[in-house]
Design a protein. Structure first.
Lengths: 214, 214
DNA sequence: TAGATTGTTAATCGATTAACAATC
DNA sequence: TAGATTGTTAATCGATTAACAATC
């Protein structure tokens, strides 16, 4: 009975966390209701785009009134599947990986985020057994069995570029379906796996183009 | 005489560093020439897109042959304005900022990147005066004067969300025209300033959507 | 009721892909 | 010359924005 599965553009999915974050922040200021116009002004987005984005998933507002902030927060959390804790793995416990892990723990503790890095792996025996915040670093030989037994579907790759493709391959086999890749290399994965590039160097380099068109 | 200024889509500008990185890596394997077809296969992109992207800036290939790897590397570096060292400022010397700074130094030292973080600022007097790798942390009171005197146009924002808008405002006044924002908040800046969001939490949250559509 | 604002359809805009003449 | 591959134009596809009836 479910009917059509409309296929949601990635650009829409990526804006949802932005909406969510702003809604959470205005809730602290006791704002109960918000119009797409107001939200758009705060985020620098077209209000029609916001309404259309939300309408992909249902009708969450009230005509003439706007959106109930609390209800919209809960709705977006359900859409994204982050209405409960989501276990995440981190591969690579170097400086960047460790910083991301500690940052994540702060966000989780303050209630801003339910994506939790609960497993960290590294191939370096010197790192294995050490602890980052409240998570122990495990040897990467445990990777496949640990991910499967903990039912982890999302992983952050923070290993050197030379190791990243091999890690992606192993993660794919272990059932991971979404990866955030900080290594400066393009990863090849099956169509069923989503990879998002999060490469510091590339971001900086592309910004140089805009910085100097005087 | 220069003629039309074609206005380049941001999606094109953001792919250039990806092309560049791959070209640099194949050069190490003594590949002298590459066809858009081959490059596309390696990066998971349509070869027509690669040719069109490059054609925005000129004709860099040879019909029937392909692109000379060395020449294309130099050409893309010039297009992006990274054919010489580019000074970058980092605001916020917390764990994430420090990790990014050290990571940047490794990349610069190994010759993979000419975007150099040469100035780091923090408002915490406990951090001021300390050193991250080979860069000293300066008090944020120096921000405007230091950026102007060093002619810095690009900045990385790695401060708490609550401080990020104020930092962006100050950077704008100080003449910064491109910012990479790691704080989990949408920044409002004049149209003349480019802000790129690089928010770990949002990226992870949007990935959750894809991880569970079983 | 009058004013405001949604949800949705239609119009616009822009980016990607296909096709192919030019040419190495 | 024959085969390969670019640069570019045209066709397609998809995303954003405008407009407005529905309705709170």
């Amino acid at each position: 009975m479910e009917g059509k599965a409309p296929r949601i553009p990635d650009s829409v999915v990526r804006r949802l966390p932005v909406y969510l974050r702003h809604l959470q922040s205005i809730l602290e200021n006791d704002v109960d209701t918000i119009a797409s116009q107001t939200l758009g002004e705060a985020l620098g987005l077209n209000p029609a785009q916001i309404r259309k984005d939300l309408a992909y998933f249902g009708a969450f507002g009230q005509k003439g009134v706007g959106y109930d902030v609390r209800f919209l927060i809960l709705s977006i959390e359900r859409i994204l599947r982050i209405h409960r804790d989501v276990p995440v793995a981190l591969i690579g416990a170097g400086r960047l990986g460790a910083a991301l892990c500690l940052y994540n723990q702060i966000q989780v503790r303050s209630g801003q985020n339910r994506m939790r890095i609960i497993s960290v792996f590294d191939r370096d025996p010197a790192k294995t057994g050490s602890v980052i915040g409240n998570v122990a670093v495990e040897p990467d030989t445990h990777l496949e069995s640990a991910l499967r037994s903990r039912n982890i579907r999302i992983a952050v790759i923070a290993v050197p570029a030379s190791d990243a493709q091999e890690v992606a391959d192993r993660l794919t086999v272990a059932g991971v379906t979404a990866m955030l890749n900080f290594a400066p290399v393009a990863l090849r994965v099956p169509d069923s796996v989503h990879v998002r590039a999060a490469d510091f160097t590339s971001e900086l380099q592309s910004l140089a183009y805009y910085a100097f068109d005087e």
